[in-house]
Design a protein. Structure first.
Lengths: 365, 336, 98
C-alpha cells in the first residue's frame, strides 16, 4: 500500500520525469486533458509550473458537472420541487447554477435535497423513508454510470417501489470526436481520462490516433502519473508517432472492465445529449432502457421545467472546448468568482475556471 | 426533575423552569456564583485589561467521537479568549433547548462542560435557558461568552505579522471536522479519529512565556488553516507560504479527505492553535508548545514574506507552489 | 467526475458483494459487483462506493522501478559523470598537435 499511495507522489521520481520532459519537448505543443480530476490534480500539485515553455496544458470538457446543460439542471430542480420527493445527489451538483436556481438554493427553500457519497446510499434512504419517493441524480461519465446501472439493478432486486434515477450521464469518446472536428480547437495531444478508461479500455480512443493522427495517452491522477502521461506524449510527438498508449497500467487494462460495461449496457441505451458549450452530440447521452422504466425518474416524476435561459456573458462554452483560457473570459474574477459563480466552470470544484481561480494568480490583480 | 424530557414549560419562567435550573444546571455545574441564583454574577477581577469573547455552537450530531457540543462550547470560547494572550477566567452559558430533548442527554452535555471548564481553570458563573417547540432546533444550541485577564504590555493582533516571521501549528490538522463528518447520514465511514476539541489556554500561556514577542495566536476552527492564514496575511499585508510536507496530518484524516475530495487545509479544528512568532524565538516557542498539553505534535509549518500582500501559498512536495484557497460555502463531499 | 482512490479489502465480499475496505485506516463498506474477482487483501480503485477495478500491484511496482531508474541521477552518478568529463578533457589536452 505504501507504494500505491506514496510512490506515485515521490518528488524524486517527479523531478526525474520533469527533466525528461524538458529534454524531450523541444517543439511547442498543446496538450489537452479531458478529465476534471486531471484539471484538479494539475492545479493542486502545481504541475503547470513545472512544464517547460514549449508545453501548453489545456482543460477540455472533462467536468461532467460543467458540461451538464442548463435545461438538465432545471429538470433536476423541477423534480426536487415535487411534493414527497427526496433528491439524492453527489455533492458536486449542489451549487451548480441552472437557468434560475441551484440545488443548494432549493434546499434553502425547503426542498428535500440530500448529499450522498454512493448511489447505493440513496437506496437506503428509500428503504428508511417509504412514504417518500427518492430520486437519485445520475451525473457523470463512464466511471460513474456503471455504478448507477448496478444501483438500478439492486433497486430492482430489492423491489423498491419508491426509488428512481434521473440519468444525465454522458459518454466520452463521442465528445472527443466532436472536439477534434471543431476547427477552432487545436490540440496536439490528449491526456486521456484514467478512470473512464478503467471502464472502457483503450479501443474506443483508437480513432484519435488512426483517423486524426493525435497522440493520446491514458493517464492516472497522482502527480507522477500525470507527469508520466505528459512525458509519453512528448516522446510520441518528438518521434512523430501517433498512438493510444497507457501510462496508468496499474488501473487500466487495454480491454477495460467488461463487467462494468455490460452493466452499463444492460441499464442504459445511447441517446443524443446536449453538452454545454458544444451543443448536441449524437449518441453521447445515456437513457434508462424501457425495461427499467419503473426506475426512470423521467417516467415516475414527470415534470415540465420552465424554458431554459442562457447565462449572459458567460464563456464557459469556449473554456470547455479549450478555445479560451479561463482567465481570458471577460467575467473571470470580475463578477464570476467561486463565491458568486456565473457559469458552471467556476462553481464545480473540478471546473477549469475554479481550478485556475483557486490555485493560481492568473487574471487577478 | 419529574420529567425525563424537556418540555416547553421548562422555559416558561415558572416552577418547572426553577426545577430545571436547580436540579440540572446548578447541580451539574456547581459553581458558588450560580448557587446564589441572582440575576448577575459579582466577580473579582485582577488589575489590567479585560479580554472578552463570545461564540455560539451548533453541531449535528450533538455527540461525536471525542467530544460533544458541551466540550466544544467551553473550549471554543476559552480558546478565543486565550488567543488575545489573556488568562480566561469566567464563562457565561446560554442554552436554547428543543422540546422533547431527553434530560439525560442534557446532563451529559453539562458534565462535559464542567469537565472542560475545570481543565481550562475557568468558572461557569452565569447562564440562561430557553425552550423552543419541537422541530425548531437541533436538540441544543449553546452560546458561551468568556472574559479573561490581559496582562499589561500584551498586545497581540493578526495585523502584527512581519516578513521573516515563522508560523507554528500546535498539532495535526482536520481531526474535528473528519470526526464529525464521519457520523453523517449518507457518508458513514468509520475511523479512530476523534475530535481534537480541547482548551488551549495553558499552551498559549506557555508559548507567550517562552516567546514574548509572539505576534498573534489564532485557532483554525471553521474554514481550517486556510481561512486562518488568509485572514492573517490580509490583516498584516504580508504573504505566507506553508510547506505541505511539514504540516502534521493523521493518515486517517488524509484517507477520509481523499475519499470525500476534501482539502485538509479547509477542514475544521477545535483544539489547534496557530502562532506567528519572530524567527529568533521560533525554536523556543516550538519547544514550549511541544511541552504543553495538546502540543506534542507541534511543528513549524510556514514563513511570512513581504509580498505579494494578502496571499497564502502552499509549497507542494515537488517544490511547486500553489495558492492556499479559502473554503467557499459549505464543505461538500465530491466524487470528481 | 472521476475521483477513484486505492483501498484494501479487509474481508471477503458477502453474498450481496458488499465488503469493508481500508483507505489509510478509514473503513467503509463498498460494493464489488464491478470487480467480482476481488478478494480479501486485494487493493481496488473505489469510485462513489464501488470497486471499479483491482489494482495491478505488480505493475505498479514495476512502473515505479522503471521510473526510478529513468531520470534520477544520484550523487554517485553525477560524480562519475564529472570524472568522465574531466578524463575526456584531459585526454583532449593530451592529444599532441600535429
Amino acid at each position: 500500500m505504501s507504494d500505491l499511495s506514496s510512490g506515485f507522489r515521490d518528488p524524486e521520481i517527479a523531478r526525474g520525469l520533469v527533466d525528461a520532459i524538458r529534454e524531450t519537448a523541444q517543439s511547442p505543443c498543446t496538450l489537452m486533458e479531458v478529465c476534471g480530476t486531471h484539471t484538479m490534480a494539475i492545479a493542486k500539485h502545481g504541475l503547470r509550473g513545472l512544464m517547460p515553455d514549449t508545453i501548453t496544458l489545456l482543460s477540455g470538457p472533462g467536468c461532467p458537472v460543467c458540461v451538464t446543460a442548463n435545461a438538465d439542471i432545471d429538470l433536476a430542480i423541477e423534480i426536487a420541487r415535487q411534493p414527497g420527493v427526496v433528491l439524492a445527489t453527489f455533492g458536486d451538483m449542489m451549487k451548480v447554477p441552472g437557468s434560475y436556481s441551484s440545488l443548494s438554493a432549493e434546499k434553502a427553500d425547503g426542498r428535500d435535497v440530500r448529499v450522498v457519497y454512493s448511489p447505493l446510499d440513496s437506496l437506503s434512504i428509500a428503504e428508511r423513508e417509504p412514504e417518500k419517493h427518492v430520486v437519485f441524480l445520475g451525473v457523470g461519465f463512464e466511471t460513474t454510470s456503471p455504478n448507477v446501472a448496478l444501483t438500478i439493478r439492486e433497486a430492482a432486486r430489492r423491489a423498491l417501489p419508491n426509488w428512481s434515477a434521473l440519468s444525465l450521464h454522458k459518454t466520452v469518446p463521442g465528445a472527443l470526436r466532436a472536439l477534434v472536428n471543431d476547427p477552432e480547437v487545436r490540440v496536439t495531444g490528449f491526456i486521456l481520462p484514467g478512470h473512464v478508461s478503467t471502464i472502457i479500455g483503450l479501443e474506443p480512443y483508437r480513432f484519435l490516433a488512426e483517423e486524426y493522427g493525435i497522440p493520446s495517452v491514458i493517464t492516472g491522477f497522482e502527480p507522477v502519473d500525470v507527469l508520466q502521461g505528459v512525458w509519453m506524449l512528448s516522446q510520441q510527438l518528438a518521434e512523430g508517432r501517433a498512438e493510444v498508449e497507457i501510462a496508468y497500467g496499474r488501473g487500466v487494462s487495454a480491454e477495460g472492465n467488461p463487467t462494468a460495461v455490460a452493466a452499463m449496457e444492460e441499464a442504459f441505451a445511447p441517446v443524443d445529449a446536449e453538452w454545454r458549450g458544444i451543443g448536441v452530440i449524437p449518441g453521447t447521452g445515456l437513457a434508462l432502457r424501457p425495461e427499467f422504466a419503473r426506475y426512470d425518474a423521467r417516467a415516475r416524476v414527470p415534470v415540465t421545467p420552465p424554458a431554459p435561459r442562457e447565462i449572459k456573458g458567460c464563456q464557459c462554452g469556449d473554456v470547455l472546448r479549450g478555445v479560451l483560457l479561463p482567465f481570458h473570459c471577460r467575467l473571470f474574477g470580475r463578477g464570476c468568482t467561486p463565491e458568486h459563480p456565473v457559469g458552471p466552470c467556476m462553481v464545480s470544484s473540478e471546473g477549469s475556471c475554479a481550478a485556475y481561480y483557486r490555485y493560481t494568480d492568473y487574471g487577478k490583480d | 426533575m419529574r420529567s425525563d424530557r424537556i418540555l416547553l414549560a421548562h422555559g416558561s419562567g415558572g416552577t418547572m423552569m426553577k426545577e430545571l435550573i436547580e436540579e440540572v444546571f446548578v447541580a451539574e455545574f456547581g459553581d458558588e456564583s450560580l448557587k446564589r441564583m441572582d440575576d448577575a454574577a459579582a466577580l473579582d477581577l485582577p488589575a489590567g485589561r479585560l479580554a472578552f469573547s463570545t461564540d455560539t455552537y451548533v453541531v449535528s450530531p450533538l455527540v461525536f467521537p471525542g467530544g460533544d457540543i458541551g466540550r466544544l462550547a467551553v473550549c471554543g470560547t476559552v480558546n478565543d479568549v486565550a488567543t488575545s494572550g489573556a488568562r480566561p477566567l469566567y464563562l457565561s452559558v446560554g442554552f436554547i433547548l428543543e422540546e422533547g430533548l431527553p434530560v439525560e442527554d442534557l446532563r451529559s452535555i453539562l458534565v462535559s462542560m464542567r469537565e472542560a471548564a475545570a481543565e481550562a481553570g475557568v468558572r461557569i458563573v452565569t447562564g440562561d435557558t430557553k425552550v423552543v417547540e419541537r422541530g425548531h432546533g437541533d436538540g441544543v444550541y449553546i452560546n458561551t461568552a468568556g472574559v479573561g485577564a490581559l496582562p499589561e504590555g500584551v498586545d497581540l493582533s493578526g495585523s502584527h505579522c512581519r516578513p521573516g516571521d515563522v508560523v507554528l501549528l500546535s498539532g495535526t490538522l482536520g481531526d474535528h471536522g473528519i470526526a464529525v463528518i464521519s457520523t453523517r447520514e449518507g457518508l458513514s465511514f468509520s475511523t479512530d479519529i476523534r475530535s481534537d476539541a480541547a482548551p488551549l489556554n495553558h499552551l498559549v500561556a506557555a508559548v507567550l512565556a517562552a516567546a514574548p514577542d509572539v505576534r498573534c495566536f489564532r485557532d483554525p476552527t471553521r474554514g481550517g488553516l486556510a481561512s486562518t492564514l488568509n485572514e492573517l496575511a490580509s490583516a498584516s499585508g504580508v504573504s505566507i507560504t506553508v510547506e505541505e510536507r511539514d504540516v502534521p496530518v493523521h493518515d486517517q484524516v488524509r484517507g477520509a479527505c481523499e475519499m470525500l475530495g476534501y482539502d485538509v487545509f479547509q477542514v475544521a479544528n477545535e483544539g489547534k492553535m496557530v502562532a506567528v512568532v519572530p524567527a529568533g524565538q521560533a525554536e523556543a516557542a516550538l519547544a514550549a508548545m511541544r511541552d504543553a498539553p495538546y502540543g506534542q505534535d507541534a511543528a513549524i509549518v510556514g514563513a511570512v514574506a513581504e509580498s505579494p500582500a494578502g496571499k497564502v501559498y502552499v509549497r507542494t512536495a515537488f517544490g511547486a507552489t500553489r495558492i492556499m484557497d479559502m473554503l467557499v460555502g459549505e464543505q461538500l463531499p465530491r466524487i470528481c | 467526475m472521476c475521483l477513484a482512490i486505492p483501498a484494501q479489502l479487509v474481508s471477503e465480499p458477502n453474498e450481496i458483494q458488499m465488503v469493508e475496505v481500508d483507505i489509510l485506516g478509514v473503513r467503509r463498506h463498498i460494493s464489488t459487483m464491478m470487480a467480482p474477482a476481488a478478494k480479501k487483501g486485494d487493493h481496488v480503485l473505489v469510485h462513489a462506493g464501488f470497486a471499479i477495478q483491482i489494482v495491478d500491484e505488480e505493475f505498479a511496482a514495476e512502473s515505479l522501478q522503471m521510473l526510478r531508474q529513468m531520470g534520477i541521477k544520484t550523487a554517485e552518478d553525477l560524480e562519475a559523470e564529472a570524472a568522465e568529463l574531466e578524463a575526456a578533457e584531459d585526454a583532449a589536452d593530451e592529444v599532441p598537435t600535429p
